[in-house]
Design a protein around this ligand. Structure first.
Ligand SMILES: NC(=O)c1ccc[n+]([C@@H]2O[C@H](COP(=O)([O-])OP(=O)(O)OC[C@H]3O[C@@H](n4cnc5c(N)ncnc54)[C@H](O)[C@@H]3O)[C@@H](O)[C@H]2O)c1
Ligand SMILES: [Zn+2]
Ligand SMILES: [Zn+2]
Length: 384
């Protein structure tokens, strides 16, 4: 089959690989019909995630049609259309019982921090991902959600990751009615965080980035105010000035470890790798939130540690929450938001490319070429 393959930093290609097989009675093999490229894939692509092996296939946002079914699978049959959360979770451990699917302790024996994730290095279990014609889906009775007949693949594709992630980011901010919420990052995750902040009763939502075309999208898609951090002297002072000198009630980091905006952070985190990426956005969140406010982090940082101003956070009495998204927990609820027309996730797609052109897809998304916000890959069988 054709599958995206990692060849080393900034080098990926669609090549022929053996098709995945059922390896366990609770697996299904899925024929992929749509797979997206996520901001998290860029961290892999840029060689920032440990143990990203040459030859592996990325892709943790995908939907498709069940092709083969393991003998103990109860809930799926051949031909079912399903959306698959990016977390691989067992459904029955201490963490899954608490709906903390991202922290499942049975699907990633290689690390104590996170569950298995499709296509996300051997640090999260070494599972091949869905930027391919076929993908193996373990614990198939647990994660996947059937796609309603009246909904298209692209209506639900982002329920596998970025919409729930943005929603969880807003939820972890404990937004009270009327709160001012600042979202750092106007990428796909930031856009859904901003949209979700309104759904939770925010009074004001301000999105911060330095890519004007993405800020334009934030104004249009989420109806938020925006600030271009390159156009102000000091983004922290600007937010404090905008919020009666007190600071925002809630700040969300939807940027992660490749942040711009601080030479020191970029040099130590991205160039020298003395810390796990540039923690610029976390620092800005902590500095621009009000005392006793909430900071929510969904931007990805790798272990082991980063330079962040914890003393400022402590003395301000900030509540900080963070996690990988527990996708499955949010899928049914967010499906209703899509069905009711309150959110149209596919509206953020700017590029659709054949799987064969995956190298081009990464290049366009990583370099923000051609006003790219979100790229979707279409395998050959989904084009006939
Ligand atoms: N926690 C989770 O479960 C989860 C799920 C999906 C994605 N993520 C992470 O969320 C982050 C965002 O994902 P995305 O797909 O939107 O990525 P993206 O790379 O498309 O978007 C990031 C945006 O941040 C902007 N930016 C850079 N530095 C900034 C700064 N200092 N302040 C404000 N904006 C800045 C960039 O210009 C870009 O528009 C990534 O780190 C990704 O790995 C986490
Ligand atoms: Zn992702
Ligand atoms: Zn579990």
């Amino acid at each position: 089959m054709l599958a995206m393959t990692y060849l080393g930093p900034s080098r990926v290609k669609a090549v022929q690989k053996p098709e995945p097989r059922l390896e366990h009675p609770n697996d299904v093999v899925l024929r992929v019909t749509r797979a997206a490229i996520c901001g998290s894939d860029l961290h892999l692509y840029h060689g920032l995630i440990p143990d990203t092996r040459v030859g592996s296939t990325f892709g943790h946002e995908f939907v498709g049609v069940v092709e083969e079914v393991g003998s103990s699978v109860q809930t799926l049959k051949r031909g079912d259309r399903i959306a698959v959360p990016f977390n691989i979770s067992c459904g029955s451990c201490f963490f899954c019982d608490r709906e903390l699917y991202a922290n499942c302790e049975n699907t990633n024996p290689s690390a104590p921090v996170a569950s298995g994730v499709y296509g996300y290095s051997h640090t999260t279990g070494g599972f091949d991902g869905g930027q391919a014609e076929f993908v193996r889906v373990p614990f198939a009775d647990i994660g996947p959600m059937k796609i309603p007949d009246d909904m298209s693949d692209e209506d639900v594709l982002f329920l596998t990751d970025i919409f729930p992630t943005g929603y969880q980011a807003a939820e972890m901010g404990s937004i009270a009615p009327g709160d001012t919420v600042v979202v750092f990052g106007s990428g796909p995750v930031g856009l859904f965080a901003a949209k979700s902040a309104w759904l939770m009763g925010a009074g004001r939502v301000i999105v911060v980035d330095n890519q004007e075309y993405r800020l334009e999208k934030a104004r249009q898609f989420s109806g938020s105010e925006t600030i271009n951090f390159d156009e102000v002297d000091d983004i922290v002072k600007e937010i404090i000035r905008e919020t009666d000198g007190r600071g925002a009630d809630v700040c969300i980091d939807a940027v992660g470890c490749e942040a711009s905006g601080s030479m020191m952070q970029k040099f130590t985190g991205v160039v020298m790798k003395m810390q796990a990426g540039a923690a610029t956005a976390i620092g800005w969140c902590i500095q621009s939130v009000r005392k006793a406010g909430h900071v929510s982090i969904v931007g990805v940082y790798g272990p082991p540690w980063n330079f962040i101003p914890i003393g400022v956070a402590m003395n301000k009495g900030i509540t900080m929450r963070m996690n990988q998204c527990n996708v499955k927990r949010y899928m049914p609820h967010l499906l209703e938001h899509v069905r009711q027309g309150r959110v149209d996730p596919k509206a953020i797609i700017t590029h659709r490319l054949p799987l064969e052109e995956v190298h081009e897809g990464y290049e366009i998304f990583a370099r923000k070429k051609d006003n790219c916000i979100k790229t979707v890959l279409v395998p050959p069988s989904a084009r006939v």
